[in-house]
Design a protein around this ligand. Structure first.
Ligand code: WQD
Length: 350
């Protein structure tokens, strides 16, 4: 069974990815700095596996480290090669992803996100590991009122999005050095929310989050008195912006399907949108959460947030067509599962 390196594997998406890979009996090595993640997430992953009768703890290695340490990345690849279990593919989640922080500290984001990828790719090349799934983002698209296709214009409006686009451009340059060998997929996430159904792993934002779903959970749990809804004068059915929320388990399932697709096919670089294709307004999301969980979410309307767009919804036709994948979980299940995690872990993993 193939062995993958999962960078940022202790994070929100990364930990759900590790669970899915371990359940499919893959071997994985995680490198994570734990700057905005917690190693407890992976302890919980093992607990979920064990509770399902899977004894796979030997299939997971966790290494605390930062991708800015190129020697460490080399040591990881070398040690796996020396036990005849070479790393054959990489799923790259590690990176900084807070839009507002990227606006206040762009150098941090360019330094961290770009240099880390350069280090990773150079080591991958050295060890002839040329398959990578990259965690990209729909924030690289510009404004659009239709469902976005992969070949739509790219026009990020914040430093976070700029680094994601730059990383895609770097990956294209790397691909062009050996197009028959490199197999690269840029997965453009729309809005991942929810948690594994066990309620044992979930999003545990360090510091203040700006994303709506963790804030809804805080309001639901009484940690925040009221949600601010940024604007009710958008040109939508209820005046609030539209997003494409996708269950984190559907998202990581698409990553697994992508890895399998890449290994089955010749060298290529491909961009794939990961969303449900269904638009949900902010008020839809709030109402679904209240209905499913029977919890009130007090909110007030405030002015629009700088940088917000009216609509960000995926055309996921390409994913449906080539990945043998389709999203299975709707907004109600996202709200149910997310609330189960929050009720069990009001303060995340701490
Ligand atoms: C969603 C909607 C807000 C907070 C993010 C980031 C990035 C990306 C996921 C990966 C918007 C509204 C929000 C609040 C609100 N991750 N909102 N009150 O802005 O779509 O983008 O997508 O790449 O994290 O780019 O996500 O959750 O911040 O906002 O009304 O307190 O909720 O206006 O319409 P967004 P979000």
């Amino acid at each position: 069974m193939k062995k993958f390196l999962v960078t940022g594997g202790a994070g929100f998406i990364g930990s759900h990815m590790c669970l899915t890979l371990l359940e499919k009996k893959f071997k994985i090595v995680v490198i994570d700095s734990f700057i905005n993640s917690n190693p407890k997430s992976l302890e919980r992953v093992l607990k979920i596996c064990e509770s399902n009768g899977l004894n796979i703890k030997d299939n997971l290695k966790v290494i605390k480290g930062d991708l800015n340490n190129k020697n460490l990345i080399e040591e990881i690849f070398l040690s796996e090669k020396n036990i005849n279990e070479p790393i054959e593919g990489v799923i790259h989640f590690a990176g900084l992803k807070a839009v507002n922080e990227s606006v206040s500290d762009p150098c941090l984001y360019w330094q961290s996100n770009l240099l880390n990828l350069i280090n990773l790719l150079e080591v991958m090349k050295k060890f002839n590991c040329k398959t990578i799934v990259f965690s990209s983002s729909a924030t690289i698209y510009g404004k659009s009122n239709k469902n976005l296709k992969e070949n739509d214009p790219l026009n990020p409006i914040n430093p976070y999005g700029n680094t994601k686009l730059a990383m895609e451009i770097l990956l294209k340059d790397i691909y062009n050095t050996a197009p028959n060998d490199w197999r690269i997929a840029n997965l453009r996430y729309f809005n991942p929310i929810g948690s594994h159904s066990s309620g044992l792993i979930g999003e545990s934002p360090s510091g203040n989050t700006n994303n709506i779903f963790p804030l809804i959970l805080k309001v639901a749990h009484g940690q925040l008195s009221c949600l601010e809804v940024f604007g009710k004068d958008w040109n939508t059915k209820d005046g609030t912006p539209i997003r494409d929320y996708i269950h984190v388990m559907d998202l990581v399932d698409a990553h697994l399907c992508t890895m399998i697709y890449l290994f089955k096919n010749k060298g290529q670089i491909i961009n794939i949108n990961l969303g449900t294709g269904k638009g949900v307004t902010v008020l839809d999301l709030i109402n679904s959460f209240q209905k499913v969980n029977k919890v009130k979410i007090p909110y007030v309307f405030s002015k629009r947030r700088k940088g917000d767009v009216e609509k960000l919804v995926a055309s996921n036709e390409l994913a449906l067509k080539i990945l043998n994948w389709s999203p299975k979980k709707g907004i109600d299940e996202m709200c149910h599962d997310g609330w189960k995690w929050k009720k069990n872990n009001p303060n995340g993993y701490i």
